[in-house]
Unconditional design. Structure first.
Lengths: 91, 154
């Protein structure tokens, strides 16, 4: 019984995946290209960086990077709290 | 953990300088080549991990100081936030060094395909350095804390 249920579920999932794969866009042609084109054309002029990825990460999306750095800081604080000795002789 | 064999320690003595140097290269050239603060900091922290594994707990305590690394981590994050606030005359995270080009720091303008000039990109190199210092000391603190947290093998 379980085998049949698993097989039917697998077939349904496969059909959905296959249909989704047939509807996919061609590679390299996303639907909305305005933002990408703007960054590729103007990043070097506006930020002066050769590396467009860095100019996106630290300039256009700098707020996101601030969040990432804060997440790392919070993770380190968590590690320090977990490994803190609370009692004499305890761990 | 006990230190590893003399072979491993000798190779570590040769290699760790190059690993740290490569990490700082990735950090400083973040606006020209692939990589940046996060990646370069992780490379430097991997050199710390190599030292910790090769030398064991007794010598690593004298090599790396956890308090100093904590201070470096906090100052890196603070430098990043202060750099973001410096552009607040226009907006948060405004690249004030690259747009007006009135202050001659990192202010050259590259055009088209060029071999790369370190003196460009405004506040991006400074932010890369700040984030790099933060990441390398944060991962160093994590490595040291977890490494010293283990009990001595008997």
């Amino acid at each position: 019984m379980n085998k049949y249920v698993a097989a039917i579920a697998l077939i349904i999932v496969f059909i959905f995946m296959f249909l989704t794969a047939t509807y996919m866009h061609p590679f390299g042609e996303p639907e909305n290209q305005d933002m990408d084109q703007y960054m590729i054309e103007n990043a070097q002029n506006e930020t002066g960086a050769n590396n467009v990825v860095t100019s996106v990460v630290f300039d256009y999306r700098g707020y996101d990077t601030l969040g990432e750095a804060t997440v790392l800081f919070t993770a380190v604080m968590g590690v320090l709290v977990v490994y803190k000795k609370t009692r004499k002789g305890g761990e | 953990m006990i230190p590893m064999s003399k072979i491993v320690r000798t190779i570590t003595n040769i290699l760790y300088v190059f690993i740290i140097g490569f990490g700082f290269y990735v950090i400083i050239h973040g606006h020209l080549t692939p990589g940046g603060g996060f990646q370069g900091g992780a490379v430097v922290a991997s050199a710390f991990a190599l030292l910790a594994v090769a030398y064991g707990r007794k010598k690593i305590v004298s090599m790396l100081n956890k308090e100093h690394l904590s201070v470096a981590e906090i100052s890196g994050l603070l430098a990043f936030i202060c750099l973001a606030f410096l552009g607040l005359g226009t907006v948060f995270f405004f690249n004030f060094l690259a747009v007006g080009r009135s202050i001659p720091v990192f202010s050259n303008t590259p055009a088209g395909i060029n071999p790369g000039d370190l003196n460009t990109a405004g506040i991006l190199p400074l932010m890369n350095i700040a984030v790099g210092v933060e990441v390398l000391s944060a991962l160093g603190v994590v490595i040291l804390t977890m490494f010293l947290g283990f009990k001595e093998g008997k």
